[in-house]
Design a protein around this ligand. Sequence first.
Ligand code: FES
Length: 103
Amino acid sequence: MPEYRKVCKVDEVPLGEARMYVVDGLMLGIFHTVDGYFALDNRCPHAGASLAGGFLEENTIRCRIHHWRFCVRDGTYLDEDKPRFNARAFPVRVVGDDVLVEF
Ligand code: FES
């Protein structure tokens, strides 16, 4: 049964930035955009670089290694129509000052 778990406080991830957290051994990238907070599996689907260490522009994260781009809202790989390269996205809720992610 899916459950929401607290990952961080809202003020730990400033607007326009991203942070990486480990929850139960899973590396999560938390992205804060003008549309809210979003969570992706932090491993780039190309070769495993940290997506949270990439370049965030609006709702797009660009991997810092080979510059593949992904939508932080749903993990879609944006450079080609190849869904097998989509990043895994997780639902996020903000409750009070906490960012919760559904596992
Ligand atoms: S490791 Fe991310 S684009 Fe290559």
